[in-house]
Design a protein around this ligand. Structure first.
Ligand code: F0G
Length: 354
């Protein structure tokens, strides 16, 4: 028996994977749903955090990638391509290398965190730094896949959303039903669409008695779904969601409207404050973009727009180790002073008294 079975093994009957088709897995999925004690007290709700940084490459992208790459393998693909703000490319590179395919990744030059760039490189990706933003990269990736024999594994490939919907299944399987409210960051808008699909399918099949309201949060400098028009120069510290023209905008609006939910924005300061709160109070280190949902919850609570007593699940999408540069500019760096290797000196620096 193997412990790392992966989400295709767990949810195969719900996925468009052939019964005897190849499965490219790293044991993704089945991530922790952690009770957030401090947040619950602060918000007057019962809050759970779905920790997607616990996936093999450190983000929720692995859910979609195991399905997209497995199906591409069944179709005989030799290469995959994606545009990315960093996490999709890290995941695509890992799964494609495992499948013996060449991963081609198009990245906005100079706008990817170092950790994510390293992931694409070590997995043997053909890393192309494009002089443009994510939206330019996605346009190029689509055209490359149209004109050459490479499989597109961005979330415009519906197999990605199919894999990502399993996170909603897991929430229901863990809680026994859907929560009142599900909250998450929104960038290219694939993930909120995938969760909504998952919740709907489980409710239709009688696995849940209801669906949650979906609340999505974009960064204020990259909030096309809030503004109602594309943003030509998206700008935010949360580089993962620095996207001005979301590919799945129509599906995200559907999730928002059909669930009775909303899509709003949060400032960079609100995002970084939420990141700090998660790290210092809940023990959960996430990258900045991943904290947008928590930032949104705090914003709505402060505005008196979060009814107390609800059961709330908030997805944190990627691990904090993905982007340590941003974290280290915000937190106090290591103290400059080096302490002598003796007990009293160390105790004194720590403010300890015998
Ligand atoms: N959080 C993180 C950490 C992400 O990397 C992304 C998207 C999102 C949230 C938003 O999810 O796009 O489905 O709305 N990252 C993509 C990438 C764009 O290339 O890695 P979404």
């Amino acid at each position: 028996a193997t412990t790392a079975r992966g989400l295709i093994a767990r949810y195969r009957e719900w996925l468009p994977v052939a019964p005897d088709g190849p499965v490219i897995t790293l044991g993704e999925g089945s991530t922790p749903l952690v009770e957030a004690v401090a947040l619950s007290e602060l918000l007057g709700c019962s809050v759970f955090v779905k920790v997607e940084g616990a996936n093999p490459t450190g983000s929720f992208k692995d859910r979609g990638m195991t399905v997209a790459v497995s199906i591409s393998a069944a179709e005989g693909a030799q290469a995959v391509v994606c545009a990315s703000t960093g996490n999709t490319s890290a995941s695509a590179a890992a799964y494609a290398s495992r499948a013996g395919m060449l991963p081609i990744v198009l990245l906005p030059a100079g706008r990817i965190s170092t950790g994510k760039l390293a992931q694409a490189i070590v997995h043997g990706g053909k890393v192309v730094q494009v002089d443009g933003n994510f939206d330019d990269c996605l346009d190029l990736a689509r055209r490359l896949a149209d004109s050459y024999p490479v499989a597109l594994v961005n979330s415009v490939n519906d197999n990605r959303l199919e894999g990502q919907k399993t996170a909603a299944f897991e929430v229901v399987d863990d809680l026994g039903d859907a929560p009142d409210l599900h909250v998450m960051p929104v960038g290219n808008a694939g993930n909120i669409s995938a969760y909504w699909r998952g919740y709907r399918q489980y409710a239709e099949a009688g696995r849940a008695t209801r669906t949650p309201r979906m609340w999505g949060f974009q960064a204020a400098g990259a909030a096309p779904l809030v503004l109602g028009h594309r943003v030509l120069q998206p700008d935010t510290v949360a580089s993962a969601i620095r996207i001005g023209n979301p590919a799945s905008a129509h599906l995200a609006r559907e999730a928002r409207d059909d669930s009775g939910g909303l899509i709003d924005s949060v400032t960079d300061d609100q995002i970084l404050d939420a990141q700090a709160l998660l790290a210092s109070r809940e023990g959960i280190f996430v990258e900045p973009a991943s904290a947008a949902g928590v930032a949104g919850l705090l914003k709505k609570h402060a505005a008196g727009e979060l009814d107390p007593g609800q059961q709330v699940v908030v997805t944190v999408t990627g691990h904090g180790l993905k982007d340590i540069d941003t974290a280290l500019t915000r937190w106090t760096p290591l103290q400059a002073e080096v302490v002598a290797a003796e007990l009293e000196s160390v105790a004194a620096v720590c403010g300890l008294r015998g």
